[in-house]
Design a protein around this ligand. Structure first.
Ligand code: TXA
Ligand code: MG
Length: 507
């Protein structure tokens, strides 16, 4: 099959979309741009066309597709019993990079799209996408137009890399403005949950609508629910072939210095660098000609700019892959607005280059589930004691990167004059394990899970229960009163002396 590339000219002539629109309606596949990434489109009403999408992408059948609509009035074709909050969110964010999970209209949307009682619906703002969906006159399913496991495409050329000769049409309207996939919101749950982080963050939603939304992991522990609810989140997406090392900015240091230190630490022969052009220039000046010449840069305009970095991330990963680089050093962001960017980058990465790995202090890591309540409290209390030769960090077994400490945890620390406001959550990963001497988990269950994941490190993983008076777990205060948070804080504090004894014994 020859793939026809349809170039978009502005202002848009709707007639230009008649042919691909008809093709979609008749069951063919058309790749098209959206404001987030390019999508691989098919009619949501035709099970055969939907199955073709799964086959082309090599996508697991339990990972459902998003239904794309051109106008709000069409929502009833896809969903039923629309919750009132949909209208509030629609007015604030749609058309745009947000996807809403609602009850599926099973009369119209077949099981092939989604083997669940729910359906994910999105209204793209990209003009060519809207013109195409209108021309097709049917709801369009569109996953990102990449083979499963590859970075999502943000240019038509990326789509062709994966699907040239395999689909009849690609619509080319240049690069995608946002650069990462839409934020997926479960609007049936109360509070609303972010199932997949994206450009639109919890903070933006609160600012524009006053609605509080939580991330998928932020709920009281009851085993099963620790796992993400967007079925697609359990797969390791966005992975380039090269190793990815995230360079997190440090408080009292310029980013080019952090890049230089991280490069020095890793000693890679042909390192690739992804950062702003200003940082890149400072880095080359710092390193000097010969060393700088060994680096392969991909830069965006400016410096430490989340929007620009997000826009360019996937193109950078794909470009470096084409160049067969061994390792990619990519700029990280700790700001909450960077949640979507950091999610994709972390998924692509094998390690986090951080302050911790460069200095020589011994490291204790406190571990809970979401890394927003218990473990940051323990970290702050430990660090507050300023133990010679030691520093504490924290992480979560199912943490989403970049979340703030929970407000009540911050409050009970403030009561003791301790400030943990700069805390950002992070998931436990290989790199953190490597740089940590001792892991202290909040419960025995956390210990058992981690010890199964890292059997070689079994002896370096202990549960806080061995340090508490009653020998019991530090339970999750999430969702309980301030008094519960105080008691969590007090129980951790009580156990600290025993923990310090243990450190003296061991090291
Ligand atoms: O920005 C985007 O959303 C892009 C563009 C093309 O629109 N599309 C996209 O689709 O990223 P895809 O298929 O790559 O990702 C869809 C995500 C997956 O994580 C999937 O599990 C989740 O949405 N999803 C789909 N239906 C769902 C449902 N009923 N409940 C929960 N999650 C759902
Ligand atoms: Mg995808």
């Amino acid at each position: 099959m020859k793939t026809q590339v349809i170039q978009v000219y502005h202002p848009i002539d709707p007639c230009a979309f008649n042919e691909p629109g008809r093709a979609l309606r008749e069951g063919q596949i058309v790749a098209f741009p959206t404001e987030t990434v390019y999508g691989l489109g098919a009619s949501a009403l035709l099970p055969e066309a939907v199955l073709t999408i799964f086959r082309l992408k090599g996508r697991p059948a339990d990972n459902p597709l998003i239904v794309h609509l051109a106008s709000k009035e069409d929502v009833q074709h896809a969903a039923v019993q629309i919750p009132p909050v949909f209208h509030v969110l629609y007015d604030a964010f749609s058309p745009g990079p947000v996807t809403y999970v609602m009850l599926r209209n099973t009369d119209t949307i077949p099981d092939e799209v989604c083997r669940l009682s729910t359906v994910a619906v999105r209204f793209p703002s990209q003009v060519a996408a809207r013109a195409l969906i209108e021309a097709a006159g049917v709801p369009i399913v569109a996953p990102s137009a990449n083979i499963s496991g590859k970075p999502s495409p943000t240019r038509a050329t990326h789509v062709l890399q994966d699907f040239d000769g395999k689909i009849p049409y690609v619509i080319d309207d240049g690069s995608c403005e946002v650069g990462v996939e839409s934020t997926v919101l479960d609007i049936l749950s109360d509070p609303i949950r972010i199932l997949r982080p994206g450009f639109v963050t919890a903070e933006m939603i609160y600012e524009r609508t006053g609605l509080r939304v939580v991330s998928w992991h932020e709920q009281p522990e009851d085993g099963e629910k620790d796992f993400p609810q967007a079925p697609g989140m359990k797969y390791r997406h966005y992975a380039p072939s090269a190793r990815v090392i995230i360079v997190m900015p440090r408080a009292d240091e310029t980013l080019d210095k952090t890049f230089a230190d991280t490069l020095e630490m890793h000693q890679i022969e042909k390192p690739a660098i992804f950062t702003g052009d200003r940082t890149w220039r400072a880095l080359t000046e710092r390193l000097g000609g010969d060393t700088a010449d060994t680096l392969l840069p991909y830069t965006y305009d400016g410096e430490h700019d989340i929007k620009q970095a997000t826009h360019s991330l996937f193109d950078a990963l794909r470009t470096f892959d084409d160049q067969n680089v061994e390792a990619i050093f990519a700029e990280g962001f700790s700001e909450p607005e960077a949640a979507g960017y950091m999610d994709r980058l972390k998924r692509a990465a094998t390690g986090v280059a951080e302050e911790e790995s460069i200095n020589s202090l011994r490291q204790i890591l406190f571990l809970c589930t979401g890394n927003t309540c218990r473990s940051p409290i323990a970290e702050a209390l430990f660090n507050d004691r300023k133990i010679n030769g030691w520093k504490a960090v924290s992480a979560g077994l199912a943490a989403y990167p970049g979340m703030l400490i929970s407000p009540r945890s911050a409050e009970v620390l403030h009561e003791w004059g301790i400030d943990a406001d700069t805390h950002r959550s992070q998931p436990i990963d290989d790199h953190l394990m490597e740089t940590t001497d001792l892991v202290v988990t909040m419960t025995d269950a956390h210990r058992d899970i981690l010890a199964r994941l890292y059997p070689d490190r079994k002896d370096d993983i202990v549960s806080y229960s061995v340090f508490t008076k009653d020998g019991r777990d530090i339970d999750d205060p999430y969702g309980f009163s301030l008094a519960s948070y105080r008691s969590t804080r007090d129980r951790i504090q009580e156990g600290l002396d025993h923990l310090l004894e243990e450190l003296r014994k061991r090291y």
